[in-house]
Design a protein around this ligand. Structure first.
Ligand SMILES: [Zn+2]
Length: 164
């Protein structure tokens, strides 16, 4: 029997970068590309361990989602607890599935144009999120500038142009 893994063993396998960068898992991964590690007698996905160690226990029935869409990433700043429904909404929003407006590219997310429209749309995170198929927690991140900064900067630049 090898000795059980500790949180330190876990973090040693994560290439920790800057606070906003992805922190890729450096050890074994599953077929979907998620990191994995045995901990306390169970098989864990690495990003779930990262969340548990950095934030706390994952509530029953909740999943840990990546804002960066990088399955290897273990940066707690890129992880968020949600429900399967949130994750599905997020997947749809990001265009991983065929989406009603016709974004079919597997990696396509909201276009900058859509981000601009959504950010400007008045209403609560929940109401606006529902209208555009974005989970309210991601919309809140978007509005706080924690997600899609590139698109927000593009939107700000476009706004300036319109005003001048
Ligand atoms: Zn990441």
């Amino acid at each position: 029997m090898s000795k059980p893994n500790t949180p330190e063993d876990f973090w040693r396998r994560v290439e920790r970068g800057g606070p906003t960068q992805c922190w890729p898992w450096q050890a074994s991964r599953d077929r979907q590309g998620y990191g994995k590690l045995g901990y306390k007698g169970s098989h864990w996905l690495a990003h779930r361990l990262a969340y548990t160690f950095a934030v706390g226990d994952i509530p029953e029935g909740k999943i840990v989602m990546h804002s960066c869409d990088n399955p290897r990433c273990c940066n707690p700043a890129h992880l968020e607890c949600g429900t399967v429904a949130d994750n599905n909404a997020d997947s749809i929003a990001k265009g991983r599935r065929v989406w009603a407006t016709g974004i079919r590219d597997g990696n396509a997310k909201f276009t900058d144009e859509q981000i601009r429209t959504i950010v400007r749309h008045p209403g609560s995170n929940v109401a606006v999120g529902q209208k555009f198929g974005m989970s309210h927690s991601w919309l809140s991140k978007l509005r706080r500038g924690l997600w899609r900064k590139d698109a927000l900067l593009a939107a700000a630049a476009a706004r300036e142009k319109e005003e001048n």
